[in-house]
Design a protein around this ligand. Structure first.
Ligand SMILES: Cc1cc2nc3c(=O)[nH]c(=O)nc-3n(C[C@H](O)[C@H](O)[C@H](O)COP(=O)(O)O)c2cc1C
Length: 124
């Protein structure tokens, strides 16, 4: 599994680093159809999906098994809403929203999800 991140100010990248030792930038992905991708992205401009994430999903949505999204609760109703949009538009499950680069609790939730996914894969 590869964790692909889209990060403007570095928070999503920091989170990606905390959950995996294999991370890559969505802008620099060298396609490999065998990769299973966990996407870590961010919310921009009143709840929009950032352009680099859109471009990545247009090509590789089929390989994305889940998405996590960074945001800031100060944005109220649009907190992390890019993740909800990705779930609706692309049918990719949103597993977690976190603020900035995430606290330990956020990291633990996502690590557990990854472990669970990897342990159950053979039985699906
Ligand atoms: C112009 C701008 C618009 C933003 N809009 C939202 C938003 O609508 N909802 C939200 O939850 N966070 C919003 N944020 C906060 C970012 O999603 C948050 O800071 C995130 O951690 C940035 O990730 P990055 O450092 O990986 O780029 C916005 C930030 C900026 C600079």
């Amino acid at each position: 599994m590869v964790v692909m991140y889209d990060s403007l100010t570095g928070q999503s990248k920091r989170f990606a680093n905390k959950i995996s030792d294999r991370i890559e930038d969505v802008n620099r992905y060298i396609p490999d159809p065998n990769d299973e991708v966990l996407l870590v992205t961010r919310t921009f401009r009143f709840g929009e999906i950032p352009e680099p994430t859109k471009r990545f999903l247009e090509r590789f949505a089929k390989q994305v098994i889940a998405v996590c999204v960074s945001g800031n609760r100060n944005w109220g109703a649009s907190y992390g809403i890019a993740g909800d949009k990705i779930q609706t538009i692309y049918g990719i499950p949103l597993i977690h929203k976190f603020e900035a680069s995430g606290f330990d609790t956020d990291v633990n939730v996502v690590r557990k999800w990854i472990n669970n996914y990897q342990n159950n894969k053979g039985e699906l």
